[in-house]
Design a protein around this ligand. Structure first.
Ligand code: NAD
Length: 483
């Protein structure tokens, strides 16, 4: 096993009370390159003592940081944004090694993270309370918004930098401190983020990074009386488990969970444009995107043309190592996702669907699965009911507006959705009827720093980004005072 760290790859470590810590006889795990299956780095896990130290540091730091001026918080966040842009190429390279996405996508992810830091730097200066006119002369009534306290945050591997920074800047901007557990299988971007905040002048203890066995770390942190708020991005079953535990302890949650986004193409749409755009979005990050369009409902009059343009676009996708310039789709992030993809295709096949493109693994090494297009999939196939989180696109026909709305809304998920139409009437009707936290019509426009990102139904609650971003990190205090 060659564990020579690639050039530019950060030394993986915990970050506790401003100190980067690795080794010291603590448990460790390998980090694997999904393009080769080979281990190339080691990640140190936190012990119970480390978790206690991180919690104590976050608690102590909160007493100061909560009183810091928004101008000071903005200064740190803006400096972090500058450092992110400066270090983006090496962070992006680390992301490719850790989880396989093409380098250009990783670079865009990191630069997008800088925008989140910038925007939160601006918006944190606008966390206002209000004054309510009193009933009695001499009474002063104030509504104040205060930081909730120490947060425990858990972020996934599909956008390791972006998912982490969104939680970090929202918590810090609101005046909270946090203990963050990033993805053990894609840790380098989160370590780089910790380094950036230390270099940006964030006081020790405000941001702590820990690693370990996910269920053990989350259980320990959420049960700690120091933690007042839990933020998680990941799968629906894990989110429900963590929300249940947090709920039993009366702790606030933001839950950004999975989705199974319907993409509806009406017969009056620019069908070729819709097909090209959806093919581009579907295979981004090998389909491992919570807002990926994952159920294509195409009007029967547009169906043949859509399928033909979509499959042509898929045929042009170059699959390979994310570090190769020509690569447009990399491997799946984990070995365990490969049999999951296979099982989705086999289930659809058994139920009479047609596998038009792909459907199997690629190459002899790494977690490569071919970009796959499946048509005529029955609505009860696993592919249509469970989040695939991979490079498989099911395309089905519809004929009536009410019918497609019913089918699109039939699942417990409610994250993103897509519709393509030239009619303003259809566009308005579908955006009103669809059960989703986010609706894209004729383009992809979500996940910007200034717009709220979040789901409904089983896809979770709470928003990240937008003016709503601090709501989950603030509590309301009402003060009434007779002078
Ligand atoms: P998973 O449910 O095992 O893990 C998802 C993420 O949650 C991982 O980062 C994992 O480390 C973390 N996790 C798991 N159990 C945890 C626990 N008890 N406490 C804290 N964190 C925990 O699934 P997976 O195989 O890693 O990924 C596949 C599924 O995850 C997909 O079907 C998708 O729904 C979901 N996912 C969603 C997002 C998203 O952006 N919403 C991101 C990554 C994964």
């Amino acid at each position: 096993m060659d564990q020579t760290m690639p050039p530019g790859y950060p030394e993986l470590s915990l970050l506790i009370d401003g100190r980067f810590i690795a080794g010291g006889g603590r448990p460790e795990q390998d980090v694997l390159d999904p393009a080769t299956g080979k281990a190339f780095a080691r990640l140190t896990h936190a012990t119970r003592e480390d978790l206690d130290a991180a919690l104590a540091a976050a608690d102590r730091a909160f007493q100061e940081w909560r009183r810091s001026s928004p101008v000071e918080r903005a200064r740190v966040l803006r400096k972090a944004a500058d450092l992110i842009r400066e270090r983006a190429p090496e962070i992006a390279r680390g992301i490719v090694l850790d989880m396989g996405k093409p380098y250009a996508e990783a670079l865009a992810e990191v630069n997008g993270g800088a925008e989140h830091a910038d925007w939160h730097a601006e918006e944190c200066r606008r966390i206002y309370g209000r004054v309510i006119p009193p009933r009695v002369d001499g009474v002063r009534q104030l509504v104040m918004r205060e930081p909730i306290g120490v947060c425990a945050a858990f972020t996934p591997w599909n956008f390791p930098f972006n998912q982490a920074i969104r939680k970090v800047v929202a918590a810090l901007g609101a005046g909270c401190t946090l203990v963050l557990k990033g993805p053990e299988d894609a840790p380098s971007a989160v370590v780089a983020l910790g380094r950036i905040f230390v270099d940006a002048g964030l006081p020790a203890g405000c941001l702590n990074l820990v690693w370990g066995v996910p269920a053990e770390v989350s259980d320990y942190l959420i049960r700690s009386p120091i933690v007042r708020k839990v933020s998680f991005t990941g799968s629906v079953p894990v989110g429900k488990q963590l929300a249940a535990l947090a709920g039993s302890l009366m702790k606030r949650c933001t839950m950004e969970l999975g989705g199974h986004s319907p993409a509806i193409v009406f017969d009056d749409a620019d069908v070729d444009r819709a097909a090209e755009m959806l093919a581009g979005l579907k295979y981004r990050n090998a389909g491992q995107v919570c807002v990926s369009p994952s159920r294509m409902y195409v009007h029967e009059k547009a169906y043949d043309r859509f399928v033909s343009t979509f499959t042509e676009a898929v045929g042009r996708l170059k699959v390979g190592n994310g570090l190769d310039k020509e690569t447009r789709m990399g491997p799946l992030a984990h070995e365990r996702r490969v049999p999951t993809m296979q099982a989705f295709v086999e289930d659809a096949d058994r139920r009479g669907a047609k596998v038009l493109v792909g459907g199997s693994t690629l190459g002899d090494a790494g977690n490569f699965f071919a970009p796959t297009v499946v048509t005529d999939v029955p609505d009860d196939a696993r592919l249509m009911t469970q989040e695939p989180f991979g490079p498989i696109a099911p395309i089905v026909r519809f004929s009536e507006f009410d019918e497609v709305v019913r089918r699109a809304n039939s699942l417990p998920y409610g994250l993103a959705s897509y519709a393509f139409t030239r009619s303003t009437r259809n566009a308005t009707a579908i955006s009103n009827a669809i059960e989703a936290g986010m609706v894209n019509i004729n383009h992809f426009g979500i996940a910007l720093a200034e717009t709220p990102f979040g789901g409904i139904k089983d896809s979770g609650y709470g928003s990240e980004g937008g003016a709503e971003t601090f709501d989950g990190y603030l509590v309301t205090k009402f003060v009434t005072q007779l002078n």
